[in-house]
Design a protein around this ligand. Structure first.
Ligand code: ARG
Length: 701
């Protein structure tokens, strides 16, 4: 016996599965046998007694899970952090454990109410005593880790649990002697796995499979080189033997029904304190403020979900509910994250949702100089579609030329600092770039109210429409198009060749002729197909009237390209009377600018096609300036390109027969994009029909 090791257990006199607070208990209420449980518990007790000094706490009626003493608290030296159970079903155990610890002379630390932490079930010391591994995600709250670090003066490493079957850290993670680690990697999120891999070298990691994991193989008691566990696979036993551990198996099936095994049934109360080990600040916290129609728009839910999904935790410090229908609500939320990196990721997303620093800890944006043309400093803030402001010397400065996926470049001018959104490739020496996430806010008009006053469009904002709703959506788009045209606004269309194949060409031609389109974007293909149809009545050699392939028709395509090349450009072909109809004919005739962006698969290309993609992006961006609405007609590539260049506030209507494309394009996390899953030819034909029905007068320029 190793009398240096003392272990606390609780006899199973009142053990039962009485309720369900973890997935293992489901279907097992009152299904465990007290007799068998007692027998299994005693076997475990005897094995442990061979290797350690076992102490007992009195079982209490009405608290069936008290056998799981791992959850009594977390001991280090003569200090103990008492558990605060997450579920009320176990909270009644707290005073009994507290009594026991006090009677033994421990200093007992108690966490604030409503800050759950489930003791050694969720906190495991590295067996060399170098640090404490602490779990969160199901039972213990991340914020408890700061208290533990401070009280026990130890470095805490936070690990997020990701599989509800492994709701306590000790169900999937078991530090062993000599720096070994027995664990089940899929129970942790990606980030936590990285942390584990950074701390434990590969030759010390004993990763187990699901079959052993669900037998609670990680829920093992380790004393020196002895490992006591429920029945496990021969393979795992062999692996443990190979690295010098002696395995003691003992069946604990009755306790598995409550979601526990060997380790859960024990609490090591002699954990030595290392003199040279001290606390870190494991958890970073920031307080943010959200304002808006937080409930109506579901914003508060989204914000809180973002925090938790991102690996953080939160505390709502206060929430002021707007009293009138028109009034907005505000919330102050304390966000905690296990590291600065995680905090940054979470905050970037919260900023995206419109969150700002609380005024009292508002900070200036952090700036770092550009060290190399076309390259941002690491850690640069990536812009989103929302208009953004950065705080420089206490003042909020609006970011100019806003678009998503850029960096924010700041230059000092005699008139004060100027912040501009720039693509990485355009960054220049002499500029500074905003890094980290401090001092940045997005400006959003997020109003349930505003949406309501704009009913026509808000209905469309629900995302992807089914065929049944196409007609209604088209009616709304028609109405909007007419309004924009009549007030002299700007609509840009991005179109793919499918528009021609599906017979939409004539309708798009009409939209341009009648002044509904102020800019056209596409690739080489749409122009070639459109003109092939104008010249020869076919598209890629298919007769568009009869829908059949024309003999030798595939050459029509190349002949079209050749013709335009002879004239020098589309515009010249129109001027000289060679091109007399179609989409591009109308563009030239009505001075509607267009930009054609090339790609690797282009035939020709047409002289108008811009094969320098950086220039093509610039041409696109130029034509998009000031657009109020963008119609994206069956071209995923060009539409994504366009979407990336467009700041929020522009309505986008995306039409494609492929729902995946529509979903991808209309997912801007905003109310501004509408997806229509339908044949684009049909859409355009319906659209012109609805425009005809609108009666407001139109005076052609
Ligand atoms: N039924 C108990 C619960 O859900 C089981 C506790 C197991 N303990 C442990 N340290 N994993 O809380």
């Amino acid at each position: 016996m190793n009398s240096e090791t003392r272990i606390l257990m609780c006899p199973p006199n009142h053990y039962d599965v009485d309720y369900v607070i973890n997935p293992w208990m489901e279907g097992n209420i009152h299904k465990s046998s007290r007799e068998r449980a007692t027998e299994q518990w005693h076997k475990l007790f005897h094995i442990i007694k061979e290797h350690a000094l076992v102490e007992l706490v009195d079982p209490q009626p009405g608290w069936p899970d008290m056998v799981f003493t791992a959850n009594a608290g977390l001991v280090l030296g003569k200090k103990v952090v008492l558990s605060r159970f997450f579920h009320k079903e176990r909270q009644g155990e707290e005073p009994y454990f507290k009594q026991w610890f006090e009677a033994q002379g421990y200093t007992v630390y108690e966490l604030p109410k409503d800050l759950p932490f489930e003791g050694a079930g969720d906190a495991l010391l590295d067996r060399e005593g170098r640090w404490l591994w602490a779990g969160y995600g199901f039972r213990s709250e991340l914020d408890s880790h700061s208290y533990i670090a401070k009280w026990l003066d130890i470095q805490v490493i936070s690990l997020q649990l990701a599989d509800e079957r492994f709701y306590h850290l000790d169900t999937c993670f078991c530090p062993l002697n000599r720096g070994y680690l027995l664990y089940y990697p899929p129970a942790f999120d990606f980030y936590s796995n990285r942390i584990i891999e950074m701390r434990v070298p590969p030759e010390k990691r004993i990763a187990i499979g699901e079959a052993d994991a669900v037998n609670f193989a990680c829920n093992a008691v380790n004393v020196d080189d002895k490992v006591i566990m429920n029945k496990v696979s021969d393979d795992l036993k062999q692996r443990l033997k190979n690295v010098g551990f002696e395995v003691f198996e003992t069946t604990l099936s009755e306790f598995l029904k409550a979601g526990g095994a060997a380790k859960c049934l024990t609490l090591r109360t002699t954990e030595p304190v290392k003199e040279d080990v001290h606390a870190n600040e494991p958890v970073e916290s920031r307080t943010i403020r959200l304002e808006g129609h937080l409930l109506d728009t579901g914003l508060i839910n989204r914000a809180l979900d973002t925090i938790v999904e991102g690996g953080g935790s939160f505390q709502v410090l206060n929430f002021n509910l707007g009293e009138q229908r028109q009034s907005t609500s505000t919330a102050e939320v304390k966000v905690s994250a296990p590291s600065h990196g995680v905090m940054e990721e979470i905050l970037a997303q919260l900023i995206d949702l419109g969150a700002v620093d609380l005024p009292q800890d508002e900070r200036d944006a952090q700036l770092e100089p550009v060290q190399q043309n076309g390259v941002a400093p690491d850690d640069f803030y990536v812009t989103t579609i929302y208009p953004t402001e950065v705080r420089i010397k206490g003042e909020w400065v609006r970011v100019l030329n806003h678009r998503m996926d850029g960096a924010i470049a700041v230059v000092q001018t005699p008139q004060g600092p100027v912040a501009r959104c720039k693509l990485l490739r355009d960054l220049e020496l002499g500029e500074s770039v905003v890094v980290d996430v401090a001092g940045i806010r997005t400006v959003r008009k997020m109003g349930a109210r505003e949406q309501r006053s704009n009913q026509e469009f808000s209905f469309m904002s629900s995302g992807v429409s089914s065929e049944r709703r196409v007609e209604l959506v088209v009616e709304q788009v028609a109405w909007e198009l007419r309004q924009i045209r009549d007030r002299g606004g700007k609509v840009v269309v991005t179109a793919g060749p499918v528009v021609i194949h599906t017979g939409g060409g004539e309708h798009l031609t009409r939209l341009i002729r009648e002044g509904y389109v102020q800019g056209l974007l596409g690739g080489n293909a749409i122009a070639v197909h459109d003109m092939e149809q104008a010249f020869m009545g076919t598209s890629l050699g298919v007769d568009m009237k009869r829908g059949v392939a024309v003999r030798g028709g595939h050459r029509h395509h190349l002949k079209t390209i050749n013709t335009i090349r002879r004239y020098g450009s589309i515009a010249k072909a129109v001027e000289q009377g060679a091109l007399q109809s179609g989409i591009f004919y109308e563009c030239v005739k009505h001075n509607v600018p267009f930009a054609l962006a090339g790609s690797i698969r282009d035939d020709g290309p047409l002289p108008d096609t811009q094969m320098d993609l950086i220039k093509a992006q610039e041409e696109y961006a130029k034509l998009l300036e000031g657009a109020e609405m963008i119609l994206m007609l069956s071209t995923m590539l060009h539409s994504i390109g366009v979407g990336n260049m467009t700041p929020s506030g522009v309505k986008m209507v995306c039409v494609d027969i492929n729902p995946a494309v529509v979903t991808k394009l209309s997912d801007r996390g905003s109310v501004e994009s509408t997806g229509v899953v339908t044949d684009v030819g049909l859409f355009l034909s319906l659209l012109t029909k609805h425009l005809d029905l609108l009666t407001s007068p139109y005076h052609a320029a």
